[in-house]
Design a protein around this ligand. Structure first.
Ligand SMILES: Nc1ncnc2c1ncn2[C@@H]1O[C@H](COP(=O)(O)OS(=O)(=O)O)[C@@H](OP(=O)(O)O)[C@H]1O
Length: 576
């Protein structure tokens, strides 16, 4: 408006002068035009440009307010004037999103509007700024949110509840949810889930496929992860789909703030297997079981790894990072691998895949991303783990794991190879009652030489398998856990494991008691809980009686290999 009046006044005065003194008039006209354009360019002419002009003059390029973050803050700081057009709001959205995309943007911002900076960090103001175009409004509450980590969590939850979704602003969401500072603030409260009386109504898998359809409710009993809970069994059909898909992936146990019911430490359903004698808690067999079970339930053909729902935000899908395991229990079958993994899961800095993924032996063609996607999300400082005992006897496994990361820590639980072979046989026998006798399988023609082609025998030649691993990994990358000591002195053995993993010694003798009925150490119950905390029925099966001569022959067969193994590892396991 002002710009138009000024133009008219000066323009009409010039008409008379132009006729009398053309040269002077021309000069005056040029002077006018120059003045006019200068006036407009400095931001005093048109309303639409005033905002930009004033912003430029207040925050010149190179000042703290420059760059994407600076721009975003400045626009927001100008309380998104009521006369801003929708186009400007959209511009603001995109500027804000861009600015939030990088951590450095936050770091670079040193302007005076620290409240706004804080509010952007805690997420609440950025949410509002994206929705209504006003960032400064929420600054104060957000500052307090940042000071109070728990409150900060609530702010974030609140922002989620109120309908803000990653689809609205994936960049903003990812910057809010992956910012390590926010993670660190949330972490203490999340870690409590391991020990504190969690309110979650969570479910756990049993540790062996034999315990198919045994689910364990570990609510208020976070130490019982993977342990048997009699009388509290859930089938997968009782789980919502989302929980089921999550349970397939990991032992996620971070509470979903959007749901009244927690998604908790849900795990994969244990599955019976008969086709794969070496499989125990395999993901493959469990998926198969779930798939057929669900087919039977609803006649559909579900994808065992459905894409995450794009609707509601699940915080445990967004917090933390899926990482390749930094440590893998690679063997040995029937060594005590499940007990070790379940004991380890007591540690707040360990997150482990419940089922055996069999990636490096059976599913390698699915690719590393598939593998990583199976992993539970972890925070900075937490260790991702999995166990698949058959890796130890898989020729290609060392090379494949090395190619994933040469830094991977490898844990091998070893047990007297004779007892291990009998345990292996007992497992197969439990599924195939018509199986020939142990002796018939162990010796060629029942009394002939030892049949090393039988996997139950072959697996126990530890020195041979270790030799293959040492082609890729130095000894320092290995920890050999005594399966026997894991039973006789679980806390001592767990101390070694925690040291090897660089973990604080959290798991101590306070966590264990010897269960006379089970004949094995079990995890102590937390106060107020009456739930048994022993491994399932498939762990610690009674072994069939084997003739002493057979045992002696096997013992002799293994002795040189054992001696070699002691030499290689520098540990005497006392099997001879
Ligand atoms: N605390 C505790 N509770 C129960 N069982 C225990 C425990 N610690 C070690 N073990 C021994 O673990 C043996 C099973 O080994 P794995 O878990 O490695 O088996 S598997 O390969 O995963 O199938 C299992 O073998 P069997 O006794 O032959 O069943 C147990 O002897």
């Amino acid at each position: 408006m002002g710009c138009g009046i000024l133009t008219l006044r000066i323009g009409s005065g010039h008409l008379g002068a132009l006729r009398a003194q053309p040269k002077v008039s021309l000069l005056l006209t040029m002077l006018f035009l120059f003045t006019y354009f200068f006036y407009c360019l400095t931001g005093s002419c048109c309303d639409s440009q005033a905002g930009i002009g004033s912003l430029r003059s207040r925050y010149p390029v190179g000042s703290a307010g420059s760059g994407p973050m600076g721009t975003a803050v400045l626009v927001a700081q100008d309380p998104l004037r009521s006369d801003l057009k929708p186009r400007n709001s959209l511009l603001l959205d995109s500027i804000l999103r861009d600015s939030l995309r990088s951590d450095s943007a936050l770091g670079n911002f040193q302007g005076s509007d620290s409240a706004l900076k804080d509010s952007l960090r805690s997420g609440s103001a950025s949410r509002d700024s994206l929705r209504s175009g006003s960032a400064s409004r929420d600054s104060d509450s957000s500052v307090s949110a940042l000071r109070d980590p728990l409150h900060s969590e609530f702010v974030l939850k609140d922002s989620l509840r109120s309908g803000f979704s990653p689809r609205d602003s994936p960049a903003l969401w990812s910057s809010l949810s992956s910012g390590s500072s926010l993670m660190d603030r949330l972490r203490p409260s999340i870690s409590q889930n391991h020990f504190g009386p969690a309110k979650e109504n969570t479910v756990e898998p049993v540790s062996d496929p034999k315990d198919s359809l045994h689910w364990q409710e570990s609510s208020k009993d976070p130490l019982s992860s993977g342990f048997d809970l009699k009388g509290s069994q859930l089938s997968d059909s009782q789980l919502p789909d989302s929980q089921l898909s999550d349970s397939l992936r990991s032992d996620s146990h971070i509470r979903d703030p959007l749901r009244s019911a927690p998604v908790g430490r849900t795990h994969i359903l244990g599955a019976e297997y008969s086709q794969q004698p070496d499989s125990s808690d395999s993901l493959e067999s469990q998926n198969k079981d779930i798939t057929s079970h669900r087919r039977a339930q609803n006649g559909t053909s579900p994808n065992p790894f459905p894409a995450p729902s794009t609707g509601a935000i699940s915080i445990h899908n967004s917090f933390g990072t899926k990482r390749f395991p930094q440590a893998i229990i690679v063997g040995v079958k029937k060594g005590g691998t499940r007990a070790l993994l379940e004991f380890l899961r007591v540690h707040p800095d360990v997150r482990a895949l419940g089922a055996e993924p069999h990636f490096f032996d059976r599913c390698y063609d699915k690719g590393l991303e598939w593998y990583r996607n199976l992993m539970p999300r972890t925070f900075e400082g937490q260790i991702t783990m999995e166990k698949t005992p058959s890796y130890f006897v898989t020729m290609e496994a060392p090379k494949r794991i090395y190619n994933m990361s040469s830094d991977t820590k490898l844990i091998v639980v070893v047990r007297n190879p004779v007892t291990r072979a009998i345990s292996d046989y007992t497992q197969t026998l439990s599924k195939t009652p018509s199986l020939p006798s142990f002796q018939a399988l162990a010796f060629k023609n029942t009394t002939g030489p030892i049949d090393t082609s039988w996997s139950a025998i072959r697996i126990g030649i530890y020195a041979k398998h270790l030799d293959n691993w040492l082609q890729y990994f130095p000894l320092s990358k290995f920890l050999f856990v005594s399966g026997e000591r894991l039973v006789s002195d679980p806390s001592g053995e767990m101390g070694r494991v925690q040291d090897f993993l660089g973990l604080k010694r959290v798991i101590t003798d306070k966590h264990f008691y010897f269960n006379e009925t089970k004949g094995f150490p079990c995890l102590k119950k937390p106060e107020g809980s009456s739930k048994p905390r022993c491994l399932g029925k498939s762990k610690g099966r009674p072994h069939p009686n084997i003739d002493t001569n057979v045992l002696q022959r096997l013992q002799e067969f293994y002795r040189p290999y054992n001696q070699k193994f002691y030499q290689m590892t520098g540990q005497n396991f006392g099997w001879d």
